[in-house]
Design a protein around this ligand. Structure first.
Ligand SMILES: NC(=O)c1ccc[n+]([C@@H]2O[C@H](COP(=O)([O-])OP(=O)(O)OC[C@H]3O[C@@H](n4cnc5c(N)ncnc54)[C@H](OP(=O)(O)O)[C@@H]3O)[C@@H](O)[C@H]2O)c1
Length: 238
């Protein structure tokens, strides 16, 4: 069974990935920034019932915290990385949408969104690349969004959309530099999912989104590296 590292494992899509992979007998390195508070209660309860889930404290805005965990896992194979954690902007989302909209952009927010959504997945890949080389599956999966696309979407959230466009390009560059090692790097849009981020109008259940992505991940080959897919397997034009 694969060992899977998941960021933002305490809620939403990351928690669902943790639950589903754990259910198949995989070992999970479940990373989240608050390992003791209410926001990770469900994850702690899940890990009490499954000793293959290791909860690790990692704040993606604090690279020292990423280095600390990567040092802890030196020499240990990791088969799949799920770069899941991401932000739209300040919470609650519905009260802070203007922070991303032209005329009222918060540049401090934009910086945080880029650091979280664009820098962190690549920092995670750099930090755990030796573990991935030791793993059997050699897959680095990054959660992007159709809002990254030049062709499919024109949502007016400057901070979020640009962060996802940039990370999708970085996923493609990662694929290029890692293909010699047979490592697959690809991006997903999970759909409009009923989570804290998908707060309004979401139609996709987390279990359906993650089920779809997991079955695609299972069947990925090196021919799929650099691809950008929806959770149902469709290729996203961008
Ligand atoms: N839901 C959708 O409709 C949708 C659509 C397209 C793409 N996506 C993408 O899918 C991914 C998961 O989204 P979701 O819907 O599950 O969102 P969510 O419910 O808001 O969960 C986001 C997760 O990211 C974590 N996170 C944020 N900043 C972090 C940081 N600095 N360090 C560590 N963890 C951090 C959160 O931790 P806390 O609990 O501590 O805040 C939480 O676990 C994101 O990359 C998102 O952009 C979602």
């Amino acid at each position: 069974m694969p060992r899977v590292l998941i960021t933002g494992a305490n809620r939403g899509i990351g928690y669902e990935f943790t639950k589903q992979y754990a259910g198949t007998g995989s070992s999970i390195i479940a990373c989240c920034r608050d390992t003791t508070g209410e926001s990770s209660e469900d994850l702690r309860n899940l890990s009490k019932k499954n000793n293959k889930i290791s909860i690790e404290k990692m704040d993606l805005l604090d690279h020292d915290s990423i280095n600390l965990i990567s040092n802890k896992y030196v020499g240990i194979p990791i088969d799949i990385i799920i770069n899941n954690a991401g932000i739209l902007g300040p919470i609650p989302i519905e009260d802070n949408l203007s922070a991303g909209h032209f005329g009222t952009i918060s540049y401090e927010n934009w910086e945080n969104v880029i650091k979280t959504n664009t820098f962190a997945p690549i920092k995670i890949a750099e930090s755990f690349i030796d573990n991935i080389k030791l793993g059997r599956e050699k897959k680095i999966i990054t959660l992007s969004s159709t809002v990254a696309s030049f062709q499919e979407s024109t949502v007016p959230s400057f901070c979020y959309c640009t962060s996802k466009t940039a990370v999708t390009k970085a996923v493609q560059l990662l694929a290029e530099v890692l293909k010699g090692d047979e490592i697959i790097s690809m991006a997903f849009c999970p759909g409009h999912v009923m989570t804290r981020m998908g707060w309004s109008g979401a139609t996709v259940k987390p279990e359906d989104s993650v089920n779809g992505m997991r079955s695609i991940i299972e069947n990925l080959t090196i021919a799929d590296t650099a691809s950008f897919k929806r959770y149902n397997g469709e290729t996203i034009a961008w």
